[in-house]
Design a protein around this ligand. Structure first.
Ligand SMILES: Nc1ncnc2c1ncn2[C@@H]1O[C@H](COP(=O)(O)OP(=O)(O)O)[C@@H](O)[C@H]1O
Ligand SMILES: N[C@@H](CCC(=O)OP(=O)(O)O)C(=O)O
Length: 376
């Protein structure tokens, strides 16, 4: 922190300053050159800032993008590839360069780095989710810095996250982080894209009302990353709903941000409104099918928080089994909730639309129990 910087005041900023367990996400554009290769100098400056926090006693999970971008120049490519196979080839070259660079850079401070490459399945399937949580917890309690990225080389286009901002928000929940810091190439959230001219900085986001009138673009400036500002704002709201406050600033200001200076945009925690299981259902789980509901069922499930019964279901789509996650749609087709279904898809067509007393006793259970339902 430089002498002319002021100390963070808001609760969200104080939480970032005091966080014992911290998730930091850094984007491709902050780690790579425009030609597509690792920028070792910028990476070292980032690690200096992170290592200072670890030396002060924080546990650190670093969600680092940059694998695809770092593989561009070594493979003789001209720009970020668009097809999945070349992206995966670039990621396989770039990820190992990234891992090596982080290990070498943290070694300057005698910190050990563990690499954790996650697929969407690891965060979306509950059994994998628990396993990923256990691995990360163990790494942190053993004193290592965990460096996380999506496992780009094996993920297919259908199951890719493709967006490390959201992955970072889910990881923050996964490890029960005290704060999430999103580092980009822009120093804060503005009410419009600062590349387009006049835009005012948004310092604090206490709730959704503070985002009214803010337009966040969905493409980055460099062409190296993926998410743009929209994905950062979305990720911040997911983390905040899990009770994790977020600070958004530039990688260039990492040292100030982690040193408690009043920089960037702070998003206050709005949660935890959901239990860990419901958070997972709402934000992480992938859906295997869809149930269409009539108006009465929508009111029962969304407003009155009741279990879903066969009588209010008008249609069944997808091939799911009991225990899978399904989406619930209102008569207009909008998804209004998600839940863990108690029946196989094949069992439902002859039961739907019928009230419980018309059904044989063994089929009088709820289709989705209220405890397994989360309105969106
Ligand atoms: N409302 C906004 N506030 C700040 N930046 C914005 C906004 N809308 C669009 N942007 C652009 O989003 C870019 C950051 O996104 P991106 O390049 O994807 O970051 P990263 O590679 O760090 O994930 C900024 O450089 C900025 O030009
Ligand atoms: N997993 C990809 C990064 C995807 C991504 O979200 O990139 P970015 O927008 O730079 O954070 C990679 O390492 O290249």
């Amino acid at each position: 922190m430089s002498p002319d910087e002021t100390l963070a005041e808001s609760p969200a900023r104080q939480a970032v300053g005091a966080a014992r367990r911290l998730v930091v996400k850094v984007g491709s554009s902050s780690l790579t050159t425009t030609e597509g290769g690792l920028d070792h100098d910028r990476l070292a400056v980032l690690v200096d800032a992170l290592a200072a926090r670890v030396a002060a006693g924080s546990q650190l999970v670093l969600v680092s993008s940059g694998a695809i971008a770092a593989g561009i120049a070594p493979l003789g490519l001209r720009s970020r590839p668009r097809d999945l196979a070349t992206q995966q080839a670039a990621a396989s070259v770039g990820q190992q360069a990234l891992a090596h660079a982080y290990a070498a850079s943290f070694a300057r401070y005698r910190f050990t780095v563990g690499q954790v490459l996650l697929t969407a399945d690891d965060v979306v399937r509950r059994s994998h989710y628990r396993n990923a949580r256990r691995t990360l917890n163990r790494l942190l309690t053993l004193g290592a810095v965990a460096v996380v990225n999506e496992n780009d080389t094996v993920a297919t286009s259908e199951i890719r996250f493709g967006d490390n901002d959201r992955l970072a928000a889910l990881v923050a929940h996964l490890v029960d982080a005290d704060a999430l810091v999103l580092l980009s190439d822009v120093d804060a959230l503005y009410d419009g894209d600062p590349r387009d001219g006049d835009a005012s900085v948004v310092r604090e986001v206490a709730d959704a009302a503070d985002l009214e009138g803010v337009s966040a673009g969905d493409t980055g400036a460099s062409g190296l990353g993926t998410g743009g500002m929209a994905s950062k704002v979305g990720a911040a709201s997911v983390a905040c709903s899990a009770g994790v406050p977020v600070l958004l600033t530039s990688a260039a200001q990492a040292s100030s941000a982690l040193g408690r200076a009043d920089v960037g945009t702070a998003f206050a925690s709005t949660g935890p409104q959901l239990s860990a299981r419901r958070f997972w259902l709402a934000h992480a789980a992938g859906a295997q099918g869809l149930l269409r509901l009539d108006e009465g069922a929508v009111t029962a499930v969304v407003q009155r928080r009741r279990s879903l019964l066969t009588a209010g279901i008008t249609g069944v789509e997808g091939s799911f089994e009991g225990g899978d996650v399904v989406e619930l749609a209102d008569p207009a087709g909008s998804v209004v909730a998600r839940g863990v279904v108690a029946y196989d898809a094949a069992e439902l067509p002859e039961l739907i639309g019928r009230s419980s007393h018309e059904l044989p006793p063994e089929q009088r259970r709820e289709v989705i129990h209220a405890d397994d339902l989360v309105p969106l």
